[in-house]
Design a protein around this ligand. Structure first.
Ligand SMILES: Cc1cc2nc3c(=O)[nH]c(=O)nc-3n(C[C@H](O)[C@H](O)[C@H](O)COP(=O)(O)OP(=O)(O)OC[C@H]3O[C@@H](n4cnc5c(N)ncnc54)[C@H](O)[C@@H]3O)c2cc1C
Length: 380
């Protein structure tokens, strides 16, 4: 793939950051499951938290391809840290750029541009996972305020975030047309952080239950029109999903690299295991999948960045589904190439396997993406 000179420089810079600042934290993140707060400053100082904030608001600018390059490079070292990289894209920047008023943009984008802001996105509820239209959290208009009541589940960064993009119901009985979206300061009284989820992987990127008990917010926290939240949600997710895939691509590349290196070191039957055709074929298959995933990802982001969004939904679902499936396949094969050592925490491939699973589930499960792709093909 051909990238611009700035994008090549970005890749080099982020690769160095991944090696020097992220990699040394990985073992501790795995053991303690601690959120690496020091990375906020590291990423913020380099513009990696606030990618996409336009220069006119004090940000570094950037486009989808650049966000994906950064997330891919951090993803080679750690999927958890890659989730923090460009964290504000979905929670703050894209919603404001597409649905915010000028006053909202001035206030929040200018703050995000300083590189110390973290945001969370609160869509999922105990009874509303894939079916976003089943959201029950309510936002009742009361004069110049909305009063929020309800519960969210699986909210990443909820306890660390300064702001939360909250999807809540402003009209009963209207399905997805009754959903609105709000930008909420997480210090608002009535917002309570619940249980921290115990997860299989992506340690270092914590996820929580969140409760809203008569949380009163100003009416100007509403983004866009009342009832436009579902459409906004779909658009923001479409624009963000390729970057989730980019994290998985980094993971897949790392799993392939580890497997190539290990197969050249490990000897059995008097030979390197790399000399067995069975292992060579695995490596060849892994490499073909990674290359195909990279090509699909960046040809799609370049099409979207060119301003042609006629295939946005289709490409976004294809990229998310295909690349995250590739990462899962490649991580599984990496464990197999490593034999028993692949099953041990001494090598990173078991972590890749656990982490790869997650991206097949979040930001729309890969089953839902296949449904979306089929609908686009069949014209439904
Ligand atoms: C670690 C982690 C972090 C997360 N972070 C966030 C976050 O920050 N913010 C947030 O809002 N959410 C977050 N989520 C939630 C995540 O987005 C949801 O888990 C996801 O959308 C799937 O919803 P569900 O788990 O309720 O699965 P369900 O919707 O209950 O699905 C269960 C199974 O049924 C399948 N299925 C459901 N409906 C269909 C259908 N129509 N056709 C075919 N198959 C179907 C699914 O594909 C899946 O295999 C996170 C989840 C995890 C695990």
């Amino acid at each position: 793939m051909k990238f611009t000179e700035e994008q090549d420089m970005l890749r080099d810079m982020v690769r160095r950051v991944a090696d020097e600042k992220v990699r040394p934290l990985v073992a501790e993140m795995e053991e303690t499951k601690r959120f690496p707060e020091e990375l906020v400053e590291v990423f913020g100082d380099l513009g990696l938290l606030q990618m996409w904030v336009p220069e006119s608001y004090g940000g570094p600018g950037g486009d989808l391809t650049s966000v994906c390059i950064a997330k891919e490079e951090i993803g080679r070292a750690s999927l958890a840290a890659s989730t923090l990289c460009a964290n504000n894209s979905i929670g703050l920047i894209l919603p404001l750029l597409h649905f915010g008023t000028e006053a909202q943009k001035q206030r929040y984008l200018t703050e995000a541009a300083r590189g110390r802001t973290i945001s969370a996105v609160a869509i999922t509820e105990p009874e509303a996972g894939s079916d976003v239209s089943a959201i029950r959290t309510t936002a009742r208009r009361d004069g110049d305020s909305y009063v929020i009541n309800g519960q969210k589940s699986w909210i990443t960064w909820a306890a660390q975030a300064n702001y939360m993009l909250l999807f809540a119901r402003t009209a009963e009985g209207r399905g997805h047309e009754g959903i609105s979206v709000f930008l909420v300061d997480t210090k608002t009284p009535g917002l309570k952080i619940g249980r921290k989820e115990v997860k299989m992987g992506r340690h270092g990127s914590p996820t929580y239950q969140v409760f809203f008990e008569n949380m009163r917010i100003d009416a100007d926290c509403l983004l866009g029109e009342e009832g436009s939240g579902f459409k906004a949600c779909m658009k923001i997710l479409d624009l963000n999903r390729p970057s989730v895939a980019a994290s998985s691509l980094g993971l897949a590349q790392a799993a392939l690299d580890e497997s190539v290196n290990y197969s050249k070191d490990r000897r059995q039957f008097g030979k390197r295991i790399a000399d067995f055709q069975a292992i060579q074929f695995k490596l060849a298959d892994m490499a073909m999948k990674v290359e195909a995933a990279r090509t699909l990802l960046y040809s799609s982001t370049q099409e979207i960045d060119s301003g042609d969004t006629s295939r946005l939904t289709l490409l976004s679902s294809m990229v998310k589904c295909y690349v995250t499936d590739v990462a899962m396949d490649v991580a599984l094969e990496a464990v197999q190439v490593h034999g028993s050592y692949g099953y041990s925490t001494e090598y990173p491939v078991e972590r890749f396997m656990r982490d790869a699973k997650l991206n097949q589930i979040l930001e729309g499960t890969n089953e839902i993406h296949r449904v979306i792709i089929a609908r686009q093909l069949l014209g439904k």
